[in-house]
Design a binder for this molecule. Structure first.
Ligand SMILES: [Zn+2]
Length: 209
């Protein structure tokens, strides 16, 4: 999204987790391929030599990504909002605008141009949510939590499982559905339902889009 705005080009964009709950610490990260020292990180951020990109959740999962009214069941992308003069057809009031609308206002590049310039980032969803989708049980259920801990203990850290660990090893430990799901996630073949007006978006890995 940010790379659609050329005035941000001089800045190296980093990604860090919010710290509002323990299990969500470390879910977003900045990647370095340099000496891990103050000077090493400083130089990488300044010159981008040694800066390897960022890991982050899909922005569409955010509660205010698209525009609309939750109670009126109206969810619009910015173009549709503009076409409708920002007025909800159900209640006649202005819709709640999301971050994509603001990006569109500020952008001087198309979506495609922005994507081309955003090579160094990796979109992920959480392993808990993937297990929850496969098992069809709540993320907080004992089944999902137990399986999550088993996978982490057997295979390694969550980000390693999502991004790097060999798919055949994931299949051996976690089963075919999980390895297929992570394969699709890595390739970006996920089904996305954008968040709007306070409602979280949804990322599903089973349905190829
Ligand atoms: Zn409305």
């Amino acid at each position: 999204m940010n790379r659609r705005c050329s005035f941000l080009d001089p800045f190296t964009l980093v990604s860090n987790s919010d710290a509002h709950s323990l299990q969500k610490l470390g879910r977003e990260a900045t990647l370095f391929d340099t000496e891990i020292s103050f000077q090493g990180i400083y130089n990488a951020l300044k010159t981008r030599d040694g800066f390897a990109g960022t890991i982050e959740f899909f922005p569409q999962e955010g509660k205010y990504y698209f525009d609309g009214h939750r109670k009126c069941d109206i969810c619009w992308n910015p173009v549709t909002t503009i076409d409708n003069n920002s007025i909800c057809p159900k209640c006649g009031k202005p819709v709640t605008k999301g971050v994509m609308y603001r990006v569109t206002e500020l952008a001087d590049r198309t979506i495609e141009q922005g994507i081309k310039l955003s090579e160094d980032f990796y979109s992920i969803t959480s392993l808990i949510d993937i297990i929850s989708e496969i098992t069809n049980k709540s993320p907080n259920s004992k089944t999902v939590q137990t399986e999550y801990l088993r996978l982490i203990e057997s295979l390694g850290a969550e980000l390693e499982i999502l991004l790097n660990i060999n798919l055949s090893d994931i299949k051996t430990v976690g089963g075919k559905e999980l390895s297929e799901g992570i394969k699709r996630l890595r390739a970006g073949y996920v089904s996305i339902k954008e968040g709007f007006d306070g409602e979280f978006g949804e990322i599903k890995i089973k349905t190829k889009t």
